[in-house]
Design a protein around this ligand. Structure first.
Ligand SMILES: Cc1cc2nc3c(=O)[nH]c(=O)nc-3n(C[C@H](O)[C@H](O)[C@H](O)COP(=O)(O)O)c2cc1C
Length: 243
């Protein structure tokens, strides 16, 4: 399986999104996958300007001359597109949304009926890659991801891709608490690796593995106390402290 992993966190290699994605990819590689990661923050990708020139003037080719052309080629070659984004105001980051909008040259403007809905055919007739969503968020409750997951599922129906599932980790800064809480961190990382292996071996992400990735590791009140103490320390220091 060829995985194209796209990381939409502005924190690139320092972010919690990176830890989630790389741990998942470790598992996927153990099971034989080939994976390549790109950081959108390091790429030049202009906003879609809605001119439709990629549909009617130069079919398949965007008016912008930037890094997206190379990324479209990688999407076309992939069996699986991994969308990795932190939750930003209940959705994906602007970097990721810009990337997703710029995938429009891969669609053909005509309409076709698919399962009772009109959709755009794929321009090149090939099967689009399956999509896996990986996301982290700062809040405690898993339901924070509901809007993002719904969006990505709809996006997959729009693009005629199979949505495999969402690997989500609330209270993302648990990844930095290895010294304090070694056992839960080890178990959560192992569940993430298991999810990566399962994707490659079975083509699925089973609910119990996803539950293990997202599971609580602290009582809610302890999370509140610890988080507020952390932010007080950051405010006193005048900067965001690495835990
Ligand atoms: C602009 C912004 C918006 C955010 N919105 C949310 C949110 O709606 N819900 C949430 O739980 N966390 C939110 N967060 C927290 C991030 O999801 C969290 O810090 C995450 O670990 C960031 O990913 P990164 O470490 O890869 O940068 C937000 C953070 C920022 C900077």
């Amino acid at each position: 399986m060829k995985i194209f992993a796209v990381n939409g966190s502005p924190n690139t290699q320092k972010g919690m999104t990176h830890i989630l994605m790389e741990t998942f990819l470790d598992g996927a590689r153990e099971a034989g996958a080939e994976a390549e990661t790109v950081f959108l923050q390091k790429k030049k990708i202009n906003y879609c300007i809605g001119c439709y020139r990629c549909w009617v003037t130069t079919p398949g080719v965007c008016v912008h001359r930037d890094d997206m052309a190379g990324l479209l080629e990688k999407i076309r070659q992939a069996d699986c597109l991994m969308i990795g984004t932190p939750l930003y105001v209940d959705g994906m980051t602007a970097q990721m949304k810009t990337f997703v909008d710029r995938m429009i040259p891969l669609a053909d403007p005509h309409f076709e009926l698919v399962d009772g809905h009109y959709r755009h055919p794929r321009r090149y007739g090939e099967k689009p890659p399956d999509v896996v969503l990986l996301s982290v968020c700062g809040f405690y409750e898993r339901e924070n991801f509901d809007g993002l997951i719904d969006h990505v599922e709809r996006m997959c129906r729009n693009m005629q891709s199979r949505f495999v599932g969402a690997v989500v980790r609330p209270s993302s800064y648990i990844f930095t608490l290895e010294g304090l809480l070694p056992e839960p961190v080890r178990e959560i990382k192992e569940a993430i690796r298991r999810a990566g292996r399962e994707l490659v071996e079975k083509g699925t992400l089973s609910p119990h593995v996803l539950d293990d990735v997202a599971r609580d590791y602290l009582p809610k009140e302890a999370f509140l106390k610890g988080s507020n103490e952390f932010w007080d320390r950051c405010i006193t220091a005048g900067k965001f402290l690495n835990l």
